[in-house]
Design a protein around this ligand. Structure first.
Ligand code: PSU
Ligand code: MN
Length: 334
């Protein structure tokens, strides 16, 4: 069992005070970091954090396990170390083995809980399994001093949030985590303009990665909503991340990478599908933490698996981009 104190996660002496303070949120004994990830961090090598709600609540078994393992392979191929973050039997893990990913993904037996900041103490103290959301993963990546994190799409401001108050904790955590998240934007189950407004309020640096400032809409390459910045290369992204850290901003970065063209779905068709899924959610009175998993499953069912295929393709692409950035950053920081 890994029992090193949290201070050992930090790679620079100047970070010690900060890490000690953060020990208050997750204590050392509840943490387990894999040998591979620890060595990579100690050497300032490239590491990419990966979330696990995608595995536990975002996709069906066994595609979820295959996707998680493939994504790790993509990260390795680019020369970085994957650090999938999840909770296993009450231990917050940074870096999972293949069999741990298999066990967690078999959700009928692992019975994982979707874990955001508010759920950590419950999941850990009851020794349960947890899939960490983007917000949950950000907390752990920040503690472990992993600067880059790849996912599919982040949570956001839900449509009709003015009535439901449903704003994902991902946005708040992004505002206070020193981590860059690589995602394909947010899907149009959410209110994209409101989500971008909220990120601005939280002080998150938002940029597209590629050739336009049109923020990606997950299944489709563009949302029609422009963001203020555009980053064109991994090295440029790495330089911005390094600068953000040097400035001690302590706030996050969101890079929107469009889905590869060949997997993009027609925005008009997917919007109709989303409307249908939202209607079913309303009819079934689905809300809170259940709404995102419900919509994802419905959209996959209505599109007969097409959306799932796109989802997997974009996650792999985001992992590749994140790994390239992590490699560039580790060269800059060594
Ligand atoms: N968006 C996706 N797929 C996902 C999620 C979001 O396209 O699997 C997951 C992420 O883990 C994200 C979480 O952090 O859903 C957001 O949940 P909520 O909307 O309840 O905050
Ligand atoms: Mn919510």
């Amino acid at each position: 069992m890994f029992t090193r104190p949290v201070q050992h996660f930090c790679r620079k002496k100047s970070n010690v005070a900060k890490i000690v303070k953060r020990q208050l949120s997750i204590s050392g004994n509840n943490f387990e970091i894999s040998e591979e990830v620890r060595i990579a961090l100690d050497n300032n090598s490239a590491v990419v954090a990966l979330e696990s709600t995608i595995i536990t609540h975002g996709m069906p078994y066994p595609q979820n396990v295959k996707c998680a393992l493939d994504v790790e392979q993509v990260v390795r191929k680019q020369g970085a170390v994957p650090a999938t973050i999840a909770i296993k039997n009450g231990k917050v893990k940074v870096g999972l083995t293949e069999s741990e990913i298999n066990e967690l993904g078999d959700t009928n037996s692992s019975k994982p809980l979707k874990t955001s900041r508010r759920d950590f103490a419950y999941v850990v103290s009851n020794k349960k399994n947890g899939g960490t959301t983007v917000s949950g993963t950000l907390i752990v990546a920040n503690l472990a001093n992993i600067p880059i994190f790849a996912t599919g799409g982040i949570g956001g401001v839900h449509r009709e949030a003015e009535k439901t108050f449903d704003v994902s904790a991902d946005l708040i955590e992004l505002g206070k985590s020193n981590v860059a998240v690589v995602s394909s934007g947010v899907k149009s189950i959410l209110d994209i303009p409101k989500t971008l407004e909220y990120l601005e309020t939280q002080g998150v640096f938002v940029a597209t990665f590629g050739s336009t400032k049109d923020f990606p809409a997950f299944y489709s390459t563009k949302s029609g909503v422009m963001v203020p910045h555009n980053v064109k290369s991994a090295i440029e992204a790495a330089q911005i991340i390094k600068t953000s850290r040097e400035l001690h901003l302590q706030s996050g970065i969101l890079l929107g990478v469009p889905i590869p063209d060949e997997f993009a779905l027609d925005p008009v068709i997917i919007d109709r599908v989303i409307e249908k899924a939202l209607k079913e959610a309303r009819e079934n009175n689905i809300k809170g933490k259940d709404i995102t998993p419900f919509l994802l499953a419905k959209i996959a069912a209505i599109t007969e698996g097409k959306s799932l295929k796109s989802n997997i393709a974009l996650i792999k692409n985001n992992a590749k981009v994140a790994a390239d950035i992590a490699v560039a950053l580790s060269r800059l920081e060594k």
